[in-house]
Design a protein around this ligand. Structure first.
Ligand code: IPM
Ligand code: MG
Length: 357
C-alpha cells in the first residue's frame, strides 16, 4: 500500500484539538482510497519554546524535510507575547516557511452555500457565491528584508525593507498564472507601483511572465484600491496575486468577506511537492480545551494536502464533499451555528466528516 509520511505540528491553543480531527479524516480517506499515512510529531511555536527554548528546533526542520507533507494546527498566544521577536512563536512559523522553501501561499476564500448568511455583505453585492484564491508570496519582501533599529541624533528609529528580486516575483507569478489558467482564467496582481520601486519591478515582471499565458486575462490594482474593491465588488476577483505583506492583509480581508474564518484553509508550497498546510485562523487560546473549536478549516487544509502534496486528488475531492455534506445536514460548531441547525463539538464534527467520506 502507498504510505505517506506526514509531519504533524499540533501547536498551541486549539491546535492539538483541530489537528486530531484532521488526522481522523485523513485516516478515513486513506482507508477509502487505498493509502496509509504515517505520522511524525514535531514542535514549533509556543510549546516548542517552552520545551526546547526556541520556537523552531532544528529537529523539526529535519523531520519536515524528511516528509511528504506537514500539517500544522496554529501557533501563538498571549503567554509568549512579551518574548523578544526572534523567540516568539511567529518567528518559528516564518523560519519554517523559509527553511522549507515554501514561497507560494494559497489561500482560498470561499463561501459555502449553507453558510451564506455569515457573509457580512448584502445579497446584491455577493450574489450566491464567492470563490477567490489569494496567492501570496511567502518567503520574501518586507518579512525577510533587512531590518534594524538605530539612534540618530538621540532619536530612536527602526526600519524594515521591502526587497524583491525579479526571480522571486517571477516564480510566484507563475504559480498564480497556472492556477488562474485552471480556474476562470482571470488574474489580478496587486502592488503599489505608483509609489514603491519594488512594486514597479513586481509589475514589470508580472507583465513579462504574462506573455507566456496569453489565455489568462491579467489586470493590476494598487493595494489600497484592491482592499476597497474586495468589499465593494468581490465578484470581480478570481485569483489575486500579491507580495508577502499585501497578501497577508488581503487574505484576512477576503476571509472576513467569506464570513466564517473557521472554514478557511491554506497551503504553502515550494518547488517540489512538500507543502505546509494550516487553517487561516489562529490558535484561539480563549477557547482551547473546551471542545468547541471548529476543525473544518484544518480538515479542508488536509484536503489541500491530499491534493497538492500527495497527488490524491480523489481523496481530496471526497474530503471537500464530506465537509459540504455535514454543512448541508445542518451540523455546526458554535462559531458557525445559526438557529435551526444542530450544535456539535470539535470531535463530533471530525467524526461526522470522517463518516461522510
Ligand atoms: C499569517 C499570519 C502570519 C503572517 C504571522 C502569524 C507571522 O498572519 O499566516 O497570515 O503574517 O504571515
Ligand atoms: Mg496573516
Amino acid at each position: 500500500m502507498k504510505t505517506y509520511k506526514i509531519t504533524l505540528i499540533r501547536g498551541d491553543g486549539i491546535g492539538p484539538e483541530i489537528v486530531a480531527e484532521a488526522v481522523k479524516v485523513l485516516d478515513k480517506a486513506g482507508e477509502k482510497f487505498g493509502f496509509r499515512a504515517e505520522y511524525a510529531e514535531a514542535l514549533m511555536g509556543g510549546r516548542a519554546f517552552d520545551e526546547t527554548g526556541v520556537p523552531l528546533p532544528q529537529e523539526t526542520i529535519d523531520k519536515c524535510l524528511d516528509s511528504d507533507a506537514v500539517l500544522l494546527g496554529a501557533v501563538g498566544g498571549e503567554k509568549w507575547d512579551s518574548l523578544p521577536g526572534h523567540l516568539r512563536p511567529e518567528a518559528g512559523l516564518l523560519g519554517l516557511r523559509a527553511a522549507l522553501g515554501l514561497f507560494a501561499n494559497l489561500r482560498p476564500a470561499k463561501i459555502y452555500g449553507p453558510l451564506k448568511d455569515a457573509c457580512p455583505l448584502r445579497d446584491e453585492i455577493i450574489g450566491d457565491s464567492m470563490d477567490i484564491m489569494v496567492v501570496r508570496e511567502l518567503t520574501g519582501g518586507i518579512y525577510f528584508g533587512k531590518r534594524g533599529r538605530e539612534t540618530v541624533d538621540g532619536v530612536e528609529a527602526a526600519f524594515d525593507t521591502e526587497y524583491y528580486t525579479a526571480a522571486e516575483v517571477e516564480r510566484i507569478a507563475r504559480v498564480a498564472f497556472e492556477l488562474a489558467r485552471r480556474r476562470s482564467g482571470r488574474l489580478c496582481s496587486v502592488d503599489k507601483a505608483n509609489v514603491l520601486e519594488s512594486s514597479r519591478l513586481w509589475r514589470e515582471t508580472v507583465i513579462r511572465v504574462a506573455a507566456d499565458y496569453p489565455d489568462v486575462e491579467l489586470n493590476h490594482l494598487y493595494i489600497d484600491n484592491a482592499a476597497m474593491q474586495l468589499v465593494r465588488n468581490p465578484k470581480q476577483f478570481d485569483v489575486i496575486l500579491a507580495s508577502n505583506i499585501f497578501g497577508d492583509i488581503l487574505s484576512d480581508e477576503a476571509s472576513q468577506v467569506a464570513g466564517s474564518i473557521g472554514m478557511l484553509a491554506s497551503a504553502s508550497l515550494g518547488e517540489g511537492r512538500l507543502g505546509l498546510y494550516e487553517p487561516v485562523h489562529g490558535s484561539a487560546p480563549d477557547i482551547a480545551g473546551k471542545e468547541i473549536a471548529n476543525p473544518l478549516a484544518t480538515i479542508l487544509s488536509a484536503a489541500m494536502l491530499l491534493r497538492h502534496s500527495l497527488n490524491e486528488e480523489k481523496a481530496a475531492d471526497a474530503v471537500e464533499a464530506a465537509v459540504e455534506k455535514v454543512l448541508v445536514d445542518g451540523l455546526r460548531t458554535p462559531d458557525i451555528y445559526t438557529e435551526g441547525c444542530k450544535k456539535i463539538g470539535t470531535a463530533e464534527m471530525g467524526d461526522a466528516v470522517a463518516e461522510a467520506i
